[in-house]
Design a protein around this ligand. Structure first.
Ligand code: ATP
Length: 363
């Protein structure tokens, strides 16, 4: 196992004949020994590039990577003691599961008896013992993914690199394999760096999450920190389903207190931003309560549509003139056209000042 120190990594593609793409800009990150960390962000945000540089499959334009204090930036992938699992399982189709599992060990000249015992222990851990004599095409997607994990595990690497390993599975199997992966990490406590575009996967698996956009790290923190204290508007909107409601408006001083004023609404703010500027108020769908019309601070709203999503309901409502989503238990039934009153918990409000995705959270 190893801790990973990533220092000012930068990757630029092209630049002479073609326009330069800054796939990764100035990424600095310390990953603790045994930590499960996820790089998450939309397509093209640079997460795979970061992982490929850590693997040695891509050379950084500048910056360094250290494993437990050793600079490995210039090492070949095979000299880094890493194992990688990809979205495409990349199993050898003409080899049995056993041959796929032991291939790397065989290439390194590990004796047959030692290989057999390594295969047995990995197969037992992943419950693929009965499949050892099958070919990959005779396996289900989940079984293939388990073999791909097994092939990485058998190398007993210092660092595991996983690039969207569950994306090819159907929704139900993804949830199942996600739990298996979490259990595996609990057992092995090997450093794992996991790339995904799926924020829920990152939230459920990780000790910490790195949110990326346009090659730039937006925030790093525990799932709780990222969810409840997003650093900017991009993180706030990317993490959580349904997304955080965003209401555009401005900050005004009313009666000596800062208020957020949006179309058809005015809310006293618990934070103290300077008055006068444009701002966005963010509130998660579950942080909005249905209250009595005469409750202090109650805001009238009109229901547009209600959706049942299993154990809960999503109500699309107009708050002032802004469309927002309110999340309630399924037992709360509202009807289109109904007028309701909503309460926003002051300590659950987010305020973003600035423009676009970079608008920073004000605390
Ligand atoms: P995805 O989820 O779609 O795989 P990603 O976040 O992993 O996206 P990267 O694959 O790291 O994104 O790509 C980051 C940026 O770098 C993208 O704009 C991509 O087009 C560009 N890029 C990646 N590889 C190359 C390359 N070999 N040559 C030129 N540009 C590249």
């Amino acid at each position: 196992m190893a801790g990973v120190h990533i220092e000012r990594l930068h990757k630029q593609f092209g630049g002479k004949a073609t326009a330069a793409v800054h796939a990764l800009a100035d990424l600095t990150l310390d990953i603790a020994d045994g930590e499960f960390i996820s790089l998450v962000g939309p397509s093209g945000c640079g997460k795979s590039t970061a992982l490929r540089i850590i693997a040695g499959l891509e050379i950084p334009t500048s910056g360094r990577i250290l494993f437990d204090g050793r600079d490995i930036t210039g090492l070949e992938p095979r000299d880094r003691n890493i194992a990688m699992v990809f979205q495409s399982y990349a199993l050898y189709p003409h080899m049995s599961v056993r041959q796929n599992l032991e291939y790397g060990l065989k290439k390194r000249g590990v004796p047959a008896a030692e290989r057999a015992s390594a295969v047995d222990s990995v197969a037992a851990m992943l419950q693929i013992g009965p499949l050892l004599d099958r070919r990959p095409r005779q396996l289900s997607g989940g079984q293939r993914q388990r073999v791909a994990l097994g092939r990485a595990l058998i190398r007993d690497p210092e660092v595991f690199l996983l690039d969207e390993p569950l994306s090819n599975l159907d929704a139900k199997l993804r949830v199942h394999m996600r739990a298996e992966l979490a259990a595996l990490h609990q057992k092995l406590r090997t450093t794992m760096i996991y790339v995904t575009h799926d924020q829920l996967e990152a939230m459920t698996l990780s000790d910490r999450i790195v949110v990326m956009n346009h090659g730039v790290m937006q925030q790093v923190g525990t799932p709780e920190e990222i969810y409840s204290r997003p650093a900017n508007r991009f993180v706030a909107e990317f993490i959580g389903t349904p997304s955080m409601n965003m209401i555009e408006g401005e900050i005004r001083a009313e009666g000596g207190r800062p208020h957020f004023t949006g179309p058809g609404l005015s809310i006293a703010l618990p934070m103290a931003p300077s008055a006068g500027g444009r701002a966005t108020l963010g509130v998660r769908p579950e942080d909005i309560a249905l209250v009595a019309a005469d409750a202090p601070g109650a805001i009238p709203a009109r229901v547009t549509v209600s959706e049942l999503a299993g154990a809960e309901r999503y109500h699309f409502v107009s708050l002032g003139e802004s469309p927002i989503i309110v999340r309630t238990p399924a037992t709360t039934v509202l009807h289109p056209g109904e007028t309701i009153a909503l309460g926003l918990a002051p300590d659950r409000l987010h305020l973003f000042v600035g423009t676009g995705d970079d608008a920073a959270a004000v605390r």
